[in-house]
Design a protein around this ligand. Structure first.
Ligand SMILES: Cc1cc2nc3c(=O)[nH]c(=O)nc-3n(C[C@H](O)[C@H](O)[C@H](O)COP(=O)(O)OP(=O)(O)OC[C@H]3O[C@@H](n4cnc5c(N)ncnc54)[C@H](O)[C@@H]3O)c2cc1C
Ligand SMILES: NC(=O)c1ccc[n+]([C@@H]2O[C@H](COP(=O)([O-])OP(=O)(O)OC[C@H]3O[C@@H](n4cnc5c(N)ncnc54)[C@H](O)[C@@H]3O)[C@@H](O)[C@H]2O)c1
Length: 483
C-alpha cells in the first residue's frame, strides 16, 4: 500500500478505520479489496472484544457444558461418563481460543491483506481527520480522502450502586477470562451475558445465584426461551431469583468475600459478583464534539452505516457502536455493506439503497439471528410474536413441541424443546422463528433463510426435511399452518 506522507506529519489514506475488532477488521478488508488504501487504528488487541473477552472465550467455556450434556442425554453414552467437567482443562482450552490474549496472528492477517496498522488511541479531530495517541505517548495525525469508520464497539455498563467500585465486580471481561473458578458467584442481570455465564460457571463448579430484576430471563425473546433456561439452571443447582433489585455491594478488602445487598436489606455473600447489566458505546473521548456529535453517545446511522447527523457522508459507524444489533455476525454484515458503499462512492458509482440491496443492511431490521449457548440452546431470528404484534402486523403463531419430532427423540432421550414460527398473513412468509432445545443452534440458518429470503410459506412446503432429523419440525409446523 502507498499512503501519502505529507510534510506536516499527517499520513493520508483513502479510508481510516478506528477500532480493529471483528467489525473494523472486516471493513478494512472490504475497502482494501475495493482498491482503497486503508489504515486501522487499534488501542488494545486486534480482534477486539469478541476474540478475547466475549464470543470466543465464552463459547469455549460453554461448549464443554453442551458436550457433556449431550453425552449424558443418551442411554449408552451416559454410562461412559463419570464425574463433571475438568475445570482446568476447560480453562486451558478457553485460553487457547482467546489466543492467550495475544494478537500476533491477527496482526499478521492484517498485513497479509495489505491493511496498515497504527497502534494507539484514535480520536476524531474535525472532518476526515484522526489523531492517534501512540503507546509511546506521541501523537500522529491521519487524514482520510474518502471515509472514516468508527468501529470502536461497546463496553460493559455498571449501575451506580453504593460500594460497587471498591467491590471490584466482574464484568463480561473477567467472567470470560477468569483463571480460576470462584466458589460462589452472584450474577446480576438476566440478559444473554448473565444466563450464558451463569450456565458456564455453574457447570465449572461455582455455586451460582442469578439475580434478575424483571419477571423473566432473556426478556427480549419469546417468553418460553427464558423459562426453559431458568428451569435448566435451577435443575443444575443454580439459584434463579426474579423480581429482585440490588441496592448496594460491599467488600471489606480485595481478598475478602463480597456481599450483595438487595432492596429490602437481604444480604447474599459470594466470592465474586458479575454485573451483566448491558453495554455502553466506546465513544467517550473519541472527539465526537469536533464533528458536531455528543461525546459518549451511540452513533445513529442510515442503512449504509453512514452517521446521519454529519454532513458530507464521510463518517461511518459500524458494529456495536451504532447500536443496531450488538452481535459479531451482524456487525460483520454491516462491514460488508458499508465497505461496498464506501467503495462504490469512491469509484463514482451511485448507491443502491433499495431494501436488500448491496448497500443496505436490511437484515439488521428484518432478520437478525442469535444463538444463546445455554442449556438448552436458544436460537431465534426476526421478530418475536410480541414484537410483530406491537408493529401492527397481522400474524399467525405456530408452536410445536420439539420433543415429539422423531429426530429430536433420537438426538437425546426425553428431548425437551420448543419451536415457534411467526407468519405474516399479509405477506405470506415467515417474519420470525424461535427454537429451544439441544442442538437447535444449527437449525437456525434454515429459519434465517426463510425470513431473509421471504420464502412464501407455500413454497416452504416443498422444502422437505430429511428424516429423522430435528429439522423435521419444519414439516410439523407447516402441517399445523395448513390445517
Ligand atoms: C460476554 C459476551 C459474549 C458475546 N458472545 C457473542 C456471541 O456468541 N456471538 C455474537 O455474535 N456476539 C457475541 N457478543 C457480542 C460481540 O462481542 C460484539 O457484538 C462484537 O464484539 C462487536 O464487534 P465490534 O468490532 O463492533 O466491537 P469490539 O469487538 O468491541 O471491538 C472494538 C475495538 O475497537 C477498539 N477501540 C475502541 N476505542 C478505540 C479508540 N479510541 N482507538 C482505537 N481503538 C479503539 C477496541 O480496543 C476494540 O479492539 C458477546 C458479547 C459479550 C460481552
Ligand atoms: N450468544 C450471543 O449471541 C451473545 C452472548 C453474550 C452477549 N451478546 C450480546 O451482547 C449484548 C450485551 O449483553 P448483556 O447481557 O450485557 O446485555 P442485555 O442488554 O442483553 O441484558 C442486560 C440485562 O440486565 C438488566 N439490567 C440492567 N441494569 C440492571 C440493574 N441495575 N440491575 C439488574 N439488572 C439490570 C437488563 O434489564 C437486561 O435484562 C447483547 O445485546 C447481546 O446481543 C450476545
Amino acid at each position: 500500500m502507498s499512503p501519502s506522507p505529507q510534510s506536516s506529519g499527517t499520513t493520508t489514506y483513502d479510508v481510516i478505520v478506528i477500532g480493529a475488532g471483528p467489525v473494523g477488521e472486516n471493513l478494512a478488508d472490504r475497502t482494501r479489496a475495493a482498491g482503497l488504501t486503508t489504515v486501522v487504528v487499534e488501542s488494545e488487541l486486534i480482534g477486539g472484544e469478541c476474540s478475547y473477552w466475549a464470543c470466543m472465550p465464552s463459547k469455549a467455556l460453554l461448549r464443554p457444558v453442551a458436550a457433556l450434556a449431550g453425552a449424558r442425554g443418551v442411554a449408552g453414552s451416559r454410562e461412559a461418563v463419570s464425574g463433571g467437567l475438568d475445570a482446568a482443562a476447560v480453562l486451558a482450552r478457553r485460553d487457547d481460543f482467546a489466543s492467550h490474549w495475544k494478537d500476533d496472528g491477527q496482526a499478521a492477517w492484517l498485513e497479509s491483506v495489505d491493511v496498515d496498522l497504527v497502534r494507539g488511541e484514535g480520536r476524531l479531530d474535525g472532518p476526515r481527520q484522526v489523531v492517534v495517541r501512540t503507546p509511546e505517548g506521541t501523537e500522529r495525525t491521519l487524514t482520510a480522502r474518502h471515509a472514516v469508520a468508527v468501529c470502536t464497539g461497546s463496553r460493559a455498563v455498571l449501575p451506580e450502586l453504593p460500594g460497587l467500585d471498591e467491590a471490584h465486580p466482574w464484568t463480561s471481561r473477567e467472567a470470560t477470562s477468569s483463571p480460576a473458578v470462584p466458589g460462589r458467584l452472584v450474577v446480576v442481570g438476566g440478559g444473554v451475558v448473565g444466563v450464558e455465564m451463569a450456565t458456564a460457571w455453574r457447570a465449572l463448579g461455582s455455586e451460582v445465584t442469578l439475580l434478575v430484576r424483571g419477571g423473566q430471563l432473556l426478556p427480549r425473546m419469546e417468553p418460553f426461551a427464558g423459562e426453559s433456561v431458568a428451569t435448566s439452571l435451577t435443575e443444575a443447582g443454580a439459584v434463579v431469583r426474579t423480581g429482585v433489585d440490588v441496592a448496594a455491594v460491599r467488600r471489606e478488602s480485595p481478598s475478602a468475600p463480597v456481599t450483595v445487598i438487595l432492596e429490602g436489606g437481604e444480604e447474599i455473600e459470594a466470592d465474586e459478583v458479575l454485573f451483566a447489566t448491558g453495554r455502553a458505546p466506546r465513544t467517550d473521548g473519541l472527539g465526537l464534539e469536533t464533528v458536531g456529535l455528543t461525546d459518549g453517545s451511540w452513533l445513529e446511522v442510515d442503512d449504509s452505516c453512514r452517521v446521519t447527523a454529519v454532513d458530507g457522508g464521510w463518517l461511518y459507524a459500524v458494529g456495536d457502536v451504532n447500536h443496531r444489533a450488538l452481535l459479531t455476525h451482524q456487525g460483520k454484515y454491516q462491514a460488508r455493506i458499508a465497505g461496498a458503499a464506501i467503495g462504490a462512492i469512491a469509484a463514482g458509482r451511485p448507491l443502491d439503497t433499495s431494501p436488500w440491496g448491496p448497500h443496505t443492511a436490511t437484515a439488521d431490521v428484518a432478520a437478525v439471528p442469535q444463538v444463546v449457548f445455554t442449556e438448552p440452546e436458544i436460537a431465534s431470528v426476526g421478530l418475536t410474536s410480541q414484537e410483530a404484534e406491537r408493529a401492527g402486523r397481522r400474524i399467525r403463531v405456530i408452536d410445536h413441541d420439539l420433543g415429539r419430532v422423531a429426530g429430536a427423540s433420537l438426538y437425546a432421550d426425553g428431548y425437551r424443546g420448543q419451536a415457534r414460527i411467526v407468519i405474516d398473513l399479509d405477506r405470506g412468509h415467515l417474519i420470525g422463528a424461535t427454537f429451544t432445545g439441544p442442538g437447535v443452534s444449527e437449525l437456525l440458518q434454515s429459519a434465517t433463510m426463510a425470513v431473509a429470503g421471504e420464502i412464501p410459506v407455500d413454497r416452504l412446503w416443498h422444502a422437505v426435511p430429511a428424516y429423522p432429523t430435528i429439522s423435521e419440525v419444519w414439516l410439523r409446523l407447516l402441517e399445523t399452518y395448513r390445517q
